[in-house]
Design a protein around this ligand. Structure first.
Ligand SMILES: *Cc1c(COP(=O)(O)O)cnc(C)c1O
Length: 352
């Protein structure tokens, strides 16, 4: 090893899903929304000029925070915004997980959590999901340096009842508990209402899935004013201008269109429930996902094989070569047309 290499931070980075270059692929691999953002976003975009870019943006992203606060009926001081929820979560890890005690998150979950823990040198333990892939709440009733889990969980899509989340909070009053609600708008019950009772709760959401804006990179979090102040102190100590002017304006425009948002989420839910019926007929079993994806395994065809066959046919889904889930595929819910193309291929390939 060369001398200068010894003091370099060594990390194993997160591997995002593939973004294929060719046209005409059916992209069901990264949980993007198949629908465009609200027409209000397109309008706001047309109002933007290069003059908008000349000045620094508002470091407090006031317009966006106010819009989120109004929509969710909280005070703007309870809202933190970041460059996608990945940025929000990374800031939260950096800000809140400093006790030296292991933080807790499930063995099967969003694969960025162990990456941030590695980056920030936070010890962690990963209680196993049960055989039905559910989070076992009792595993979180022990001493720890903080807790984070998605609800619904990824890639299982399973939601945890709010009463279980509250029990976890009741057993963990001295650490920060982060509920990552990236998929909450597709069916789960949000923990937002628990904020009043638990000042150690941080609820994280994103514009990437339910608001059709993964490319714009907007995420946000709700917490008590003290938690949000601490997050902002860390953020402003690192980079004050993470939220660019376009993200602020277009994000605010998206939040203002509640009707479009509910309609888009409803379409995804309908397509998802229809997919459950169709995939069952094709010999698949799956969790009762409340997210915008399905987590499926086939009675005879190995997931790895099916993943390759789908990919060769231009249908991209996600395969995780990891213990316990290496015979499963995660399939993002697309439009009805995209899903029909998926079923057509599967009927043919599985000769059903
Ligand atoms: C997609 C996702 C995120 C992050 O998404 P951003 O695009 O960074 O907002 C966070 N957590 C989970 C569980 C996700 O699936």
């Amino acid at each position: 090893m060369r001398e200068w290499e010894k003091n370099i931070r060594k990390v194993t980075p997160y591997t995002p899903g593939e973004q294929p270059k060719q046209q005409n692929v059916i992209k069901l691999n990264t949980n993007e929304n198949p629908y465009p953002p609200s027409p209000k976003v397109a309008e706001a975009l047309r109002r933007m000029t290069t003059e908008t870019m000349r000045k620094y943006p508002d470091p407090t992203a006031r317009e966006l925070r106010d819009a989120i606060a109004a929509e969710y009926r909280v005070r703007p001081e309870q809202v933190f915004v970041g460059v996608g929820s990945d940025d929000v979560l990374a800031m939260a890890f950096l800000t809140f997980f400093n006790s030296g005690k292991p933080i807790l998150f499930p063995d099967i979950t969003y694969s960025f959590y162990d990456v941030w823990a590695g980056l920030f040198q936070i010890p962690y333990e990963r209680p196993a999901l049960n055989e039905r892939f559910e989070i076992v709440k009792e595993d979180y009733f022990r001493e720890n340096g903080g807790i984070v889990f998605p609800n619904p969980n990824a890639p299982t899509g399973l939601q945890m009842p709010l009463s279980d989340i509250e029990e976890i909070l009741r057993h963990n009053r001295d650490v920060i508990v982060i509920v990552d609600e990236a998929y909450i708008d597709f069916g789960g019950a949000s923990a937002l209402g628990l904020l009043e009772k638990y000042e150690n709760l941080l609820v994280v959401q994103t514009f990437s899935k339910s608001r059709c804006m993964a490319g714009m990179r907007v995420g946000f979090a709700f917490g008590c004013e003290d938690l949000i102040r601490c997050l902002n102190d860390v953020k402003y100590s690192y980079n004050s201008y993470t939220m660019n002017e376009a993200a602020i304006r277009l994000g605010a425009a998206a939040v203002s269109d509640h009707a479009y948002f509910s309609e888009t989420c409803r379409k995804i839910r309908d397509t998802r429930e229809d997919a459950k019926r169709k995939l069952a007929q094709l010999g698949f079993s799956f969790t009762d996902s409340q997210a915008n994806f399905l987590f499926v395994t086939h009675e005879s065809c190995p997931a790895r094989e099916l993943f390759g066959a789908l990919r060769a046919a231009g249908i991209y889904v996600r395969y995780f070569d990891k213990p316990r889930i290496d015979n499963y595929l995660r399939i993002t819910v697309g439009t009805d047309e995209e899903m029909e193309a998926l079923y057509r291929f599967l009927r043919q390939y599985l000769k059903k």
